[in-house]
Design a protein around this ligand. Structure first.
Ligand code: LLP
Length: 420
């Protein structure tokens, strides 16, 4: 579904003209479509309809509370990785018993907060974490259901920085050591191991690594059950990729069929933690052209958005499609342009040699497919304020995070007491 079509010669978000949002809220600004999020959620869930599946939205992809509430209203749970995410999930109306707590470095405070909230399960990633969680739970006289996240030593064939399932990655417990870890968990007070978890990486564009990983999970589950450990739930993580360009990606139906093939006969409740799949296509970054600068052969289109607002191109070399808000005439000549931000690094480049019409300063561009890992990864580098977020629903829109003000930035800091 494309909720950002051209209508009447200009780009819209659902039924709202992006030029109207730019005039009202200013730029840069992230704009999210409820229709795209809803559509993606339904696509994912409907494909899994023959199975006992619960989506726990990986909120790290986009943790704006209004976005989370959109998924909460559809029945989603949440995958959280910090105290902050847990608080947001609860604030947005996700029931505690649909929350799983992931992460390789949970502190005892994180654990206590999760236990107090009554979450569904902790996904434990190491033996020291097992011991610590047991101590925290026992001190509260609580009994906590856990998954052990296994590391199946699989290369997910994705970007180096977001692959998580190789034995050289910091995640999970090596699958060969998993039976021992489960045995240990059974013996520890305060813990009930009920689940096996796996997540081998993000933006997977091939289904084969999932299949291999889930097959390993199924084998381990049978082995654990044979040893008397009652595994009733599998957490199959996230990672399903989306098309940023013309790459082909697995469909949710293909993904679901592979799930049924690999773990369908185990009679387990299944948890999924999609992030990018649910929000990636749902967002754009709307930005204004400040200057167009010609330098030798090159045309630099300098926009008011920058790497601090959207770091994926600088960090991963990610390619996001860029479009002008004014619809180009069908016969408009295209020329190459580099779309760059104002930050003082050459890495502050959104696109190199991108085909663009002769578009002047003052006009607007959108950077597509930035609903996942966009606003959440923003920083205040160069003392640039965090940009606003707008949620569009049909002809309605709402500012769901206002632009940070300079005063708010300054108020966070103070002088040392020996300074005048
Ligand atoms: N579950 C766990 C345990 C995860 O670590 C992640 C993502 C997910 C679920 C959700 O994965 P997804 O369905 O979104 O692929 N900043 C990077 C992506 C980092 C992903 C980290 N973990 C990017 O911009 O590509």
């Amino acid at each position: 579904m494309n909720a950002f079509p051209y209508k009447n010669g200009e780009l819209y978000a659902e039924d709202v003209a992006l030029s109207a949002i730019a005039a009202d809220v200013g730029t840069p600004v992230y704009v999210y479509s409820v229709a795209v999020m809803t559509d993606a959620y339904r696509l994912f869930v409907d494909a899994l309809s023959g199975q006992r599946a619960q989506v726990c939205y990986a909120m790290k992809a986009n943790s704006n509370v209004a976005v989370i509430r959109t998924f909460a209203a559809l029945g989603a749970g949440a995958d959280v990785v910090s105290d902050g995410e847990l608080a947001r999930a609860l604030m947005a109306g996700i029931p505690a018993n649909r929350i799983v707590y992931s992460g390789v470095g949970k502190t005892r405070e994180d654990m206590a907060a999760g236990i107090d909230a009554g979450i569904l399960q902790f996904n434990v990633e190491s033996l020291p974490e097992l011991t610590a969680l047991s101590e925290v739970a026992a001190a509260k006289n609580a009994d906590v259901e856990i998954a052990i996240r296994i590391n199946p030593d699989i290369d997910a064939a994705t970007h180096e920085k977001i692959a998580t399932g190789r034995k050289t990655d910091k995640f999970g417990i090596n699958i060969e050591h998993a039976p021992q870890a489960f045995a240990q968990a059974t013996a520890l007070p305060g813990l009930t191991p009920v689940s096996v978890a796996v997540h081998i990486g993000s933006q997977l564009t091939d289904i084969a690594p999932f299949r291999t990983a889930f097959t390993h999970v199924a084998e381990l589950t049978r082995q654990l059950r044979a040893g008397g450990i009652a595994i009733s739930r599998l957490d199959l993580g996230g990672g399903l990729g989306i098309a940023y360009g013309d790459e082909t990606v697995p469909t949710s139906a293909e993904y679901s069929a592979m799930v049924a093939e690999t773990v369908g006969d185990l009679d387990c409740d299944l948890i999924f933690e999609p992030g990018r799949f649910l929000t990636g296509h749902a967002g754009i970054l709307l930005t204004r052209i400040i200057f167009v600068k010609h330098s030798g052969e090159r045309r630099f289109v300098i926009v008011d958005g920058a790497m601090n607002d959207l770091i994926r191109p600088a960090l991963y070399g990610a390619v996001h499609a860029i479009q002008s808000v004014r619809e180009p005439a069908s016969d408009a000549a295209l020329g190459e342009a580099d779309i760059v931000g104002p930050v003082c690094e050459s890495g502050d480049t959104f696109a190199t040699a991108c085909a663009l019409t002769n578009i002047p300063a003052g006009e607007f561009l959108v950077i597509r497919d930035t609903g996942a890992y966009g606003a959440v990864m923003a920083s205040g580098y160069n003392s640039r304020p965090l940009v606003p977020e707008v949620l569009v629903n049909g002809a309605d829109y709402a500012v769901v995070r206002p632009r940070e003000t300079l005063q708010q930035q300054l108020d966070r800091e103070r002088f040392a007491d020996w300074q005048d």
